[in-house]
Write a protein that binds this ligand. Structure first.
Ligand code: NAD
Length: 460
């Protein structure tokens, strides 16, 4: 799309919004149902595209992409009417008689920019919020997942109202041009460097942003849990989508004793999940492109291989890999891994684990495997992260009632369920005070001694 076409598209969406097309409750419900129909009727098209881009298996695509969006739609359809009801709040004596309430009003035209790793979920789950809130939206899928981008650009206009929701495909030039337009909200998912570009562009129009970023999400395991079960869950969260998951466990912290016991269990989990040669497993994905492969491959040398280590650039294949004996200052610990390599860092215990976590940026998620309530409380109160998962990685994002988002370097703002409505709406304060009886005399000048006395008593 050329620059004038992009500007024209955004202007047309604004006209749609200004005419009130997207606001009626029935319109929102119809669009949400149409989106659900697209996912059920054309799920195969999307699964094929995800397989082309990421080697994702159809079942993994269903679990980690489509069903997250359909779950959001189901939850939203169930609760939308009550979420949109004005929320009454109390009125202080000095303002009485009056009625006060909060009304959610749609923001207007929103821009949703998605990354390549969950290219269906991360474009459409925010869209559920935008539709539910009554907004119009431009959707910008990632050019790095080209088959999925093309499929979404083809399917969305077949199902959703084209006057209100438009897909604009493209890379940096198109996104830059989009960011030059005035939006009422920008919802960006991706890396922090581009997050800064998005926020700087948004500042020109004082446009609010939601930034769903990444970072290194740690896992801590102690000896009070069933280590075999912990290993299975960690391997599942890490190696799904070949490790290219924003909430994947990035690195594992454990005492030398727990680490030594976990290592064979992690290796065993990998063998059971993906067989002796994961390259031949239909359930194991591929690295998105050569650039990411070339970034990841050298990191395989940052420790001793417990399991995995094999790689093949032509196939963009890196085996599910666990590394032991990794130093806290190794290159793999200086960046978000975002690939199927799990380094194990040994610590002396909980105190040091908390120190390591606090020394890094605030992560998107922290996972703790312990049966000690005291240890859980310490992680909860002494570390900061977008989310904390006790006993399971990544699954919090399937709970529509929980806000999904980061803090600090892992992002700002949140969505899912009612939190999406908050993100994509303005909470308007509404105060209604009858003209009679007129109780305002007290605050009108002149302030006589009698009034001053009453003011001191009532407002002091
Ligand atoms: P990406 O390269 O696909 O970029 C994301 C989007 O930004 C794309 O639509 C792209 O076109 C656009 N973009 C890229 N460069 C741009 C520029 N210079 N100006 C304007 N727009 C630009 O994806 P990515 O950033 O590699 O995604 C991976 C990162 O995203 C990881 O850090 C990961 O942790 C994070 N992530 C976070 C979440 C979350 O929900 N918090 C989910 C997935 C991924």
């Amino acid at each position: 799309m050329s620059e004038p076409e992009i500007a024209g598209t955004v202007a047309a969406l604004r006209e749609t919004f200004d005419r009130g097309v997207t606001k009626p409750y029935r319109f929102r419900v119809a669009q949400l149902k149409a989106l659900r129909a697209m996912l059920t009727e054309r799920g195969n098209d999307l699964a094929d595209a995800l397989h082309q881009d990421l080697g994702k298996s159809a079942t993994e695509a269903q679990i980690s992409e489509v069903s997250i969006v359909t779950g959001e739609i189901r939850h939203t359809l169930r609760h939308l009417r009550s979420w949109l009801k004005p929320q009454r709040v109390g009125v202080p004596a000095v303002v009485m008689p009056a009625r006060a309430s909060i009304v959610r009003e749609p923001l207007g035209v929103t821009l949703i920019i998605a990354p390549w790793n969950y290219p269906v979920q991360l474009l459409l789950a925010p869209l559920v919020g935008a539709i539910a809130a009554g907004d119009a939206a431009v959707l910008k899928p990632s050019e790095l997942a080209p088959a999925t981008s093309a499929a979404l650009a083809r399917l969305i206009p077949q199902y959703l109202d084209r006057r209100a929701y438009v897909v604009i495909e493209g890379a940096i030039p198109e996104t830059t041009e989009l960011l030059a337009q005035r939006f009422d909200h920008i919802f960006y998912t991706g890396n922090g460097a581009v997050g800064r570009i998005v926020m700087a562009a948004a500042a020109n129009n004082l446009t609010p942003v939601t930034l769903e970023l990444g970072g290194k999400s740690p896992v801590y395991v102690d000896d009070t849990v069933d280590l075999a079960q912990a290993a299975d869950r960690i391997a599942w969260g890490k190696f799904m989508n070949a490790g290219q998951t924003c909430v994947a466990p990035d690195y594992l912290l454990a005492t030398p004793d727990v680490a030594a016991r976990l290592e064979p269990l992690l290796a065993d989990a990998v063998h059971r999940f993906y067989g002796d040669d994961p390259r031949t497993s239909a359930d194991y994905g591929r690295i998105i492109n050569e650039r990411q492969f070339d970034r990841l491959q050298p990191l395989l040398g940052d420790g001793s291989v417990v399991v995995g280590g094999a790689h093949d650039r032509d196939e963009r294949y890196i085996a599910p890999t666990v590394l032991s004996g990794v130093g806290a200052d190794a290159p793999i610990m200086q960046q978000e891994i975002f690939g199927p390599i799990l380094p194990i860092i040994t610590v002396s215990g909980l105190d040091e684990a908390i120190r390591v976590i606090r020394a890094g940026d605030k992560p998107l998620a922290l996972y703790v495997f312990t049966s000690s309530a005291a240890a859980r409380r310490r992680f909860l109160t002494q570390t900061s992260s977008g989310a904390i998962g006790f006993g399971v990685p990544a699954a919090h994002l399937a709970v529509a009632g929980l806000p999904f988002g980061g803090v600090g370097e892992s992002g700002m703002g949140a969505y899912h369920g009612e939190h999406s409505i908050d993100t994509f709406s303005h909470r308007k304060a509404v105060l209604t005070k009858p003209l009679a009886p007129d109780t305002m005399g007290l605050v009108y000048p002149p302030f006589t001694e009698r009034k001053k006395g009453i003011v001191r008593r009532l407002m002091g």
